[in-house]
Design a protein around this ligand. Structure first.
Ligand code: NAD
Length: 356
């Protein structure tokens, strides 16, 4: 290995991992000095969040079952009012990126600590990144105040995650690993986490699709999600995340699906300029070569929608998406040209095999 100068800043985070570990929550809240937390969840996860709330005893100040995708400011207003009314001194987010995002938004506004119990593979719990949507526009930023104080990974809570969401969410996490491998602020530590995280997640997906109740595969996937989330928290993302941000934000396309569809095309484009990423992904996929093509075929086998067209991207929006992606410069291992972005968007729209 060639040692180049690098900087790696570890984020202060206590992680508890293991089947049944959500039982540790009361002790975890005691350790953090939190007396009464507001439990956050989506309407769909109200039952499982209520079951966790029941185990908290006096530590539970209430349940707010109103978390929504993209963290609308109106939801933050409502949840903040509930937290105030029930005198909560922190939030416990039980769910995926949308619910953890709500906890982060409340932390950003009021400085109240967040404890996260992730139930998808999106990885938000490992990052200081927040996002808020108002009047159709999504703002994001980084702030240490929103980083969860403690994260409890209990794979048993992911057994109910529907298979299609499991697949898309896992590929969303793999995208963090891929871009972490060629990030301008990558490091040998990040590379270790990214390759191991991608390997764990990608290896777990076929067993999960075959049997969503496979506890070993669920635990392996959640471990991979943790590592990929840590990569996202430690690095600056490039072309892939920019494309997905524009597609999701401007055309209201579902976040994880967009990531799952677009990733092989960006990998193929960047591979010639990012050989370390390409070889790490060959190992992670246990593929002989062509990691982008292998990932694309895996996605097809696992039920990823075949194209952006299939998830509602309007064809006449491609040019506007390209313009928005080109509007602000950002780091990418291979120079980003308008023609290249157009070709990536066109191929992802059509669902043709990635060619680079
Ligand atoms: P999500 O949180 O929107 O959840 C998707 C659906 O799955 C919801 O209906 C939810 O209730 C349901 N669900 C979640 N876990 C379940 C389980 N175990 N069983 C049954 N149903 C379950 O989806 P997501 O992909 O986790 O998060 C996407 C959002 O997170 C996006 O808005 C994205 O921008 C954000 N995100 C933020 C970061 C960050 O660092 N800030 C990182 C990744 C994603």
């Amino acid at each position: 290995m060639r040692w180049e100068q690098f900087c790696y800043e570890a984020l202060p985070m206590r992680v508890t991992f293991g089947a049944g570990s959500s039982k540790e929550l009361p002790a975890e809240l005691d350790r953090l000095g939190l007396d009464r937390v507001l439990v956050l969840c989506t309407p769909e996860q109200q039952e499982s969040a209520a079951a966790i709330a029941d185990t908290l005893g006096d530590h539970c100040a209430g349940v707010f079952p109103g978390a929504r995708m993209h963290v609308p400011v109106s939801t933050v207003d409502e949840a903040s009012a509930t937290a105030l009314a029930c005198r909560a001194d922190g939030c416990l987010a039980v769910g995926g990126g949308s619910t953890i995002g709500l906890g982060k938004a409340i932390a950003l506004r009021h400085g109240t600590p967040v404890v996260a119990v992730p139930t998808t593979y999106a990885g938000s719990e490992m990052t200081p990144i927040w996002g808020l949507t108002e009047n159709g526009a999504k703002r994001t930023g980084r702030d240490r105040a929103v980083l969860p104080r403690a994260v409890i990974y209990d794979p048993d809570l992911t057994l109910s995650l529907p298979t299609p969401i499991s697949v898309m969410s896992a590929l969303n996490a793999v995208a963090h690993a891929v871009e972490g491998l060629y990030a301008p602020d990558t490091s040998p530590i990040v590379s270790l986490m990214a390759e191991e995280g991608a390997r764990a997640l990608l290896g777990a997906l076929r067993p999960i699709v075959a049997d969503p109740g496979d506890r070993d595969a669920r635990a392996t996937a959640l471990y991979g999600a943790w590592l990929c989330g840590a990569v996202l928290g430690a690095t600056t993302m490039s072309l892939h995340h920019k494309l997905c941000h524009v597609l999701g934000g401007s055309f209201d396309l579902p976040h994880a699906q967009v990531h799952a569809i677009v990733l092989p095309y960006v990998m193929a484009y960047n591979a010639p300029a990012a050989p370390a990423m390409a070889s790490a992904m060959v190992r992670a996929l246990a593929a002989p070569a062509d990691p982008a093509g292998e990932l694309w075929r895996l996605g097809r086998d696992l039920g990823v929608p075949p194209s952006l067209a299939a998830i509602g991207m309007p064809q006449d929006g491609l040019a506007e998406a390209g313009r928005r992606v080109m509007a602000a410069p950002y780091a990418n291992p291979r120079p980003v040209t308008a023609d290249a972005v157009e070709a990536i968007l066109r191929a992802a729209y059509d669902g043709s095999p990635p060619t680079g």
